[in-house]
Design a binder for this molecule. Structure first.
Ligand SMILES: Nc1ncnc2c1ncn2[C@@H]1O[C@H](COP(=O)(O)OP(=O)(O)O)[C@@H](O)[C@H]1O
Ligand SMILES: [Mg+2]
Length: 260
């Protein structure tokens, strides 16, 4: 059984995709077979692993749209040994809208919230970890990730902190537990994009005060290596493993592997 972790917060630009792809790559580098699933129509995690969504024969969207396609046929290998990918695609946005419409139109149709969970069940025994990157809102793609996940990790950028985004995500988590995924565990809040400034330190302290037990005891610093790696469509843990951000993600991978 794979441990399935959703990376989500109702906000963009906070390091969701950076976290998803580097955590997945760090887990693979540590010898855990890992699948990264890109639920964002922007497909940044896909591109960030050097894959052009337009060139992918079977994307996550195809799996949602055509139930006869086997999920295994969407699995791609990547430049990171042990890391596989199911690619995102711009059409996910249309599918997301369709899920919302379907829900209203035909209550007897299969619940669109559970679509991803069904797809991943067929791949579950092949992986140690399945990491899900999500769009910047609590839309049906994110809800699919929350329904399929065992754990939720919320990345909160110290540089673009939004208490509102964090609170809305925790509400969505509570709704998930209350209605469609009672076993979902809020694994923690990961502070990302941390700069050594007083303002960032104040944000960090503020998150700690509000959510003390939930803060993962390893933050991710803001690092130019992350941007350089992104320009080259690589995870920073591959591009510059010694950089502080890469070291941070490796440590977070350890923490999540050990269950501490
Ligand atoms: N630790 C970091 N250091 C430097 N830049 C970062 C870091 N984390 C994220 N970024 C940059 O911030 C931008 C937004 O990050 P991203 O992971 O795409 O956020 P999201 O998926 O939440 O929208 C990207 O350009 C990314 O390279
Ligand atoms: Mg993103």
């Amino acid at each position: 059984m794979a441990k399935k972790i959703a990376i989500a917060i109702h906000k963009g630009g906070v390091g969701k995709t950076t976290t998803a792809k580097n955590l997945a790559a760090a887990l693979a580098q540590a010898g855990k077979t890992t699948l990264l699933v890109d639920l964002d129509e922007q497909a940044n995690a896909t591109k960030g692993l050097g894959v052009d969504p337009a060139q992918v024969p079977v994307t996550l969207n195809d799996l949602f749209v055509s139930t006869e396609i086997a999920p295994a046929s969407a699995v791609l290998t990547t430049d990171v040994d042990g890391l596989h990918l199911i690619a995102g695609h711009p059409e996910l946005s249309r599918t997301e809208t369709g899920m919302a419409t379907l829900r209203g139109a035909d209550p007897t149709a299969p619940d669109p919230i559970m679509a991803l969970k069904g797809l991943l069940a067929e791949l579950d025994d092949r992986y140690d970890f399945i990491i899900m990157d999500t769009p910047p809102s609590m839309n049906y793609m994110t809800i699919n990730a929350l329904a399929a996940a065992d754990e939720l990790v919320i990345p909160a950028a110290a540089s673009a902190y939004s208490a509102d985004g964090l609170a809305r995500t925790i509400e969505a988590y509570e709704r998930a537990v209350g209605s469609y995924n009672p076993a979902l565990r809020l694994r923690g809040i990961l502070v990302t994009r941390f700069k050594r400034t007083n303002a960032a330190a104040a944000v960090f302290d503020g998150i700690g005060d509000a959510y003390s037990d939930l803060v993962i005891p390893q933050l991710i610093v803001e690092s130019t290596a992350v941007d350089e790696a992104e320009q080259l469509n690589q995870p920073v843990v591959l591009y510059d493993p010694e950089s502080p951000a890469a070291q941070g993600y490796k440590r977070v991978a350890e923490i999540l592997s050990n269950g501490k």
